[in-house]
Design a protein around this ligand. Structure first.
Ligand code: GTP
Ligand code: MG
Length: 378
């Protein structure tokens, strides 16, 4: 990570931009309200608008020395994303090819298209919109499968653009506390490791809080990430109280002057009340130290669970006030379309997506890239 240029990080983590206007209504990409977590949706790396990414505020964070990312970086991410989403895109793409090759567009074809999209987890609302867009002005005409994919990509991008918002780390909040939550095995600890790598490479001091006190292996897993990224770590023994650990970690971060706390938590099923109560307690204890903490609550969702992710967003939001989403395991699943359904239903910012287990397999979420990848376009 150390060879990444600052311009790359400028796009990874926006800075607080206190004088930005309030968000306009959907579907225009919303801009960050004062002090909130979010920033204008960022254009894909390959587009010229990429340079319009929000600048870091000089007084709050060091100015980048060079804006240019390495020439190979965006393309390699695009490849990973495209390959990662290939199961989702081939399922949709094959369905479209089968449906529209040498066939006139009629009501039955549109219904079949809607079925394909619903089966690919995009949700009924998006499937209906996309089908209507395909049908518009094209009845009884032949339509090329490539044209259908282009319409699909455009509609998916329109849905996702408002939620593709970077995680804004406000340097005036010190430490900036990020609580990471989600069900068992969704990718929380790995995501924390990947984020720690990006943040430490950006020159920020990071403290990891080993809040998954249930499993000794979870504490060890986080210690490995700390050693690997140079982040500090606060851990207690297995079985310790997670809220107590949160208290220790925030105190330690305040005293040591850490910029950012990334707090891991034990995975919990959204229907286990006692575990959800414990999460609420973690948040309450954090507020005793800093009334505004946690400054960001990231819900990590595993794309492979498909429709179940909708319920996870709903319940975790209620308990812990989710401010943004990270979707992992988009590689190798045919259920990548669930991100579209989640955007439609909740409108929560999607900060990052994961397409693999490696440290570089997490990137800021960009609507256009995702839309084109899932539609199987180059
Ligand atoms: N393929 C793939 N695997 C991932 C991704 N993110 C995480 N994983 C893997 O998913 C598994 C679970 O990841 P963890 O980070 O341990 O998940 P967790 O949410 O911390 O799990 P618990 O602590 O048990 O709740 C590990 O094997 C990770 O390497 C991803 O984007 N793609
Ligand atoms: Mg974990």
């Amino acid at each position: 990570m150390s060879d990444q240029k600052p311009g790359f990080f400028k796009r990874l983590f926006g800075a607080a931009t206190p004088d930005q206007p309030s968000p306009p209504p959907v579907p225009t990409p919303p801009e960050a309200p004062a002090g909130a977590f979010g920033a204008p949706a960022i254009a894909p790396d390959r587009a010229p608008e990429a340079e319009a990414a929000p600048a870091l505020v000089a007084s709050q964070a060091p100015a980048p020395a060079s804006a240019a990312p390495p020439a190979t970086e965006p393309r390699s991410w695009w490849r990973k994303l495209k390959e990662g989403l290939s199961r989702s895109s081939s399922q949709i793409g094959q369905g479209i090819v089968d449906l529209f090759t040498k066939r006139k567009l009629d009501e039955a074809a549109l219904e079949d298209l809607e079925d394909i999209l619903v089966r690919a987890d995009l949700g009924v609302a998006a499937a209906t919109r996309i089908t209507e867009a395909v049908g518009k002005g094209r009845y009884d005409k032949e339509i090329d499968p490539g044209e259908v994919k282009a319409i699909l990509a455009a509609e998916v991008e329109r849905t996702l653009a408002p939620v593709a918002r970077p995680l804004v780390v406000d340097a005036t909040k010190k430490p900036f506390v990020i609580l990471v939550i989600g069900v068992n095995g969704s990718g929380k600890t790995t995501t924390i490791g990947k984020l720690a790598a990006k943040l430490t490479a950006q020159g920020r001091s990071v403290l990891l809080a080993a809040g998954d006190t249930f499993r000794a292996a979870a504490i060890e897993q986080l210690k490995i990430w700390a050693a690997r990224t140079g982040a500090a770590i606060v851990a207690r023994d297995q079985g310790a109280d997670a809220a107590g650990l949160a208290f220790d970690a925030l105190k330690n971060a305040q005293e040591s002057g850490a910029d950012i706390v990334l707090m891991d938590t034990a995975g919990r099923l959204q229907n286990r009340k006692e575990l959800m109560d414990e999460l609420e307690k973690v948040v309450r204890v954090m507020k005793k130290i800093d009334a505004e903490a946690p400054h960001a609550v990231l819900l990590v969702l595993d794309a492979t669970v498909g429709q179940n992710a909708l319920q996870q967003v709903e319940i975790f939001s209620r308990v812990a006030g989710v401010t943004g989403l990270v979707m992992t395991k988009l590689d190798g699943t045919a259920k990548g379309g669930i991100l579209v359904a989640i955007a439609d239903r909740f409108g929560l910012p999607v900060h990052f997506i994961g397409v693999g287990e490696g440290v570089d397999d997490l990137e800021p979420f960009q609507a256009r890239d995702f839309a084109r990848a899932i539609a199987g376009l180059e």
